[in-house]
Design a binder for this molecule. Structure first.
Ligand code: AHR
Length: 500
């Protein structure tokens, strides 16, 4: 059978404007994300703040607009006051989440400084595990209140005269998970969010709040968790979070690449729950989604079990991503764009060293290396901007162990600033696929660029930096359509100047 794939778009049929924050990321006090990742004063590239400039340059390539911090599981046992003030007076603590030693040499002020250097805004998480309403409202006061109070003046004393004005706040982390320090039932957490959000907004009414949804689609409490939390806190929050990591422990490529079907279903399910609660409450308000942890995660799990506890910056969650991981990450990114009407925040988890697109070495050159997943994420974060277009696709499916999977995943966006239509396509077949993009209500002008990530063994990883994007040739552009041949198992991006 010759598999063909067609994507038909109409510039007048739009899903939604894309919120740039959909391409955010996440940095946690975990393993070598902060220490030896962001912060390493003794490193040869360290700047006056101890931040690695090689890492800053790599992060800038990804253009992440929003970065969640300081956790993750870490935040549920964290005292943010440990990370402020003179560094020589900060306590070393046990981090119970990752059984590591936390020196607190990097904290709130350092994070804010670093965010400014990589041109990102913070998404600040508060501890609702061991702490609660009081810590959250104090932190908002410390960060956002101008001056004249205990906490705002302490911020000024610590060197930040102007308020940080942090807009986005994660109200807890994965509180549905029994691994979470201070894990709660949905009812307990829903009530706590209601009260915490109330206090946070009393300090600063302009904050945007993200409540914890489920830690994964497969969690036994999925569905009832979302419903109960929103029942208690619908009016208090703006976003509900979703976390999802995929693995390929079975080494089953067809099934693994099919997991974007589950991701799509997860988002659709949560939208349905949010809207059901909305209807029941006769509310005019819409809750949007924050996919604030998503990625592949499994390669490092066995090694992590062997790590010695209570060390500083241990090598934890250092997945080395292979080619098939890059294909799935591409597919998951396409899925986010398909739901751009409701997914307003996304955080690829994480950013540096820990299940990350960017890895650092403590010695040798180059001191930073890019994982396979860096490439599709860099392309969506740079070019997946503007308006997501509704798609009519015509492509056969295959049946994996669990899913009915289209052989291609694709989405087109139109960027009114650059006048470009940009299409992203993953070919999940082991054969070449002739691909056609049809356009209505506009005209293609000229090709800007077409690239592919293709031709690698599915298990190849990129420590040697040999994996590259290459030109996608044999492509024809006419006024109302584009034809291309997609390599077997490939990630593709085509950019075309378009007259509207
Ligand atoms: O990103 C790694 C961990 O995954 C986070 O700390 C937690 O929120 C999730 O379980």
């Amino acid at each position: 059978m010759i598999i063909k794939s067609t994507l038909s778009i109409d510039l007048n049929e739009q899903i939604s404007k894309i919120d740039p924050r959909i391409w955010g990321s996440f940095t946690e006090h975990l393993g070598r994300c902060i220490y030896e990742g962001i912060y390493q004063p003794e490193h040869k590239t360290a700047d006056e703040d101890g931040f690695r400039q090689d890492v800053i340059e790599a992060v800038k390539k990804l253009h992440v607009p929003l970065i969640r911090y300081p956790g993750g599981n870490f935040v549920s046992g964290y005292n943010w006051q440990d990370g402020i003030g003179p560094k020589d007076q900060r306590p070393t603590r046990l981090d119970l989440a990752w059984r590591s030693m936390e020196t607190n040499q990097f904290g709130l002020h350092e994070f804010m400084k670093w965010c400014a250097k990589v041109n990102a805004k913070p998404d600040m998480a508060v501890n609702l595990g061991t702490r609660g309403v009081d810590e959250a409202r104090n932190l908002v006061e410390y960060c956002n209140f101008p001056k004249g109070t205990y906490w705002s003046d302490l911020r000024r004393k610590n060197g930040a005269e102007e308020p940080f004005n942090i807009k986005v706040w994660s109200v807890g982390n994965e509180m549905d998970g029994d691994w979470q320090i201070g894990h709660k039932t949905a009812h307990e957490y829903g009530r706590l969010v209601h009260e915490t959000a109330k206090a946070m907004r009393l300090v600063d009414p302009s904050v945007e709040l993200v409540a914890c949804g489920s830690s994964n689609h497969q969690n036994t409490t999925f569905g009832t968790w979302e419903e109960t939390v929103l029942d208690n806190a619908y009016a208090d929050v703006d976003y509900l979070s979703l976390h999802q990591y995929y693995d390929n422990f079975d080494d089953n490529l067809e099934e693994f690449l099919g997991k974007s079907v589950d991701f799509d279903r997860f988002i659709t399910d949560v939208v349905a729950i949010c809207d059901a609660v909305k209807a029941r409450k006769h509310s005019d308000k819409q809750i949007n989604l924050a996919l604030d942890e998503w990625n592949v995660w499994y390669h490092s799990m066995e090694d992590d079990k062997k790590q010695k506890p209570w060390t500083k910056a241990p090598h934890l969650l250092e997945d080395h991503y292979n080619f098939e991981d890059a294909l799935l990450v591409g597919s998951l990114a396409i899925t986010l764009l398909k739901h751009a009407d409701r997914v307003k925040i996304g955080c690829l988890a994480q950013l540096i060293n820990v299940i990350a697109p960017i890895m650092t070495k403590t010695s040798g050159d180059p001191s930073v290396w890019y994982q396979s997943i860096f490439y599709p994420f860099m392309q969506v974060s740079n070019y997946g901007q503007g308006i997501a277009l509704a798609q009519k696709t015509d492509v056969p499916t295959y049946k994996s162990k669990t899913y009915e999977v289209p052989y291609t995943d694709s989405i087109a966006v139109y960027n009114p600033k650059t006048h470009e239509t940009v299409v992203f396509i993953v070919n999940k077949a082991k054969d070449k696929i002739p691909f056609t993009l049809n356009l209505a209500n506009a005209q293609f002008d000229s090709l800007v660029a077409a690239t592919q990530f293709a031709g690698y063994d599915i298990h190849q990883t990129n420590e040697d930096q040999s994996m590259k994007l290459t030109p996608l040739n044999n492509l024809t552009v006419s006024k109302d359509h584009v034809n291309a041949d997609l390599e077997p198992l490939s990630w593709n991006m085509i950019r075309i100047k378009t007259e509207v």
